[in-house]
Design a protein around this ligand. Sequence first.
Ligand SMILES: *Cc1c(COP(=O)(O)O)cnc(C)c1O
Length: 383
Amino acid sequence: MADGEFEGYGGRYVPDPLQEPLEQLATAYDEVAGSEEFQAEFRDLLAEYAGRPTPLYYARNLSDRYGADIFLKREDLLHGGAHKINNCLGQALLAKRAGKERLIAETGAGQHGTATAMVGALLGLETEIYMGKKDVERQEMNVFRMRLMGASVNEVTRGGQGLADAVDAALEDFAENVDDTHYLVGSVVGPDPFPRMVRNFQSVIGEEAREQFRDRTGDLPDAAVACVGGGSNAIGLFHAFRDDDVDFYGAEGGGKGADSSKHAAPLAKGKDDVIHGMKTRVIDEDVEVHSVSAGLDYPGVGPEHAMFRAVGRCEYTGVTDEEALAAFRELSETEGIVPALESSHAVARAIRLAEEGDHETILVNLSGRGDKDMETAASKFDL
Ligand SMILES: *Cc1c(COP(=O)(O)O)cnc(C)c1O
């Protein structure tokens, strides 16, 4: 169990029928993922299919305006428009090597479901996506896109018909069909081995950025900033710098404000608890999980972030919907780059840091592009 422990956070809090499948997965991961053969295949697909390496871009106009050198790691330029493909490729390859024929995943807004459908098509694996009925109705085009790539979308009608119910349905499927099925978890959350496995698949972000930053400036950044939903793009950026003198900043979905009853900021404002098979930070009971960006709209967070918070390695702040929308517009106008609303939280945090003046160089993970957010943005801005 030591592998899945993050200073008391993490672990594997699941019912009996899931213990054995998870143990098998952990063993498969430990045996396969480190091999030179697996790594070579993973690297090839990241390059040829996903489009790595992504550029490190010096945001000259934004830097001029706010007085610090701001660099963007352009994960928005990946196939699918976000960092999610890094993890989906890794897990799907592992599943294939472990002899699985079927992928399942849950999705809320449809981003992770879409990325899973992509790799299912690529590797010829039967793919089934669980999605709450409410989300299916709201996200018609994403459902169509998943079906177009050959995935079946399973409408979940129990409970609140949302993401949490889709997770339950996917877990039940996994427990019943573990022999031929891999449950492709979308972030650094859930029971061991998911948090460390997804982190390792996403670590390519920081490894590339570290080298690119060095080549470009001869040094490392003073600060690294990323948005935190489940926490995978943030951990993916941070991991390569964890032993360096680089300050980490995590931007959570602050919603209507961390002191309001509507946010998604369990690190900035929450408590220790067990959720979805892990011990971590979760929002308080009287808080309704809410963020303007669907990708940050999650009541818990990856256990490694809970550890980073506890030991003071990273500072986590809730960035409000309003601040994120302002940054969304600011980056679009100054650089001609439209960020995902999730990533806009990181941009907002970086702008604030630049204004405060304590860091000369700031590295921001631009986790995704904003095309998917046009409707939301159009309803907020009168242009
Ligand atoms: C899904 C998503 C996120 C949130 O997930 P993490 O696991 O916290 O990275 C952030 N940005 C984008 C663009 C996303 O699609």
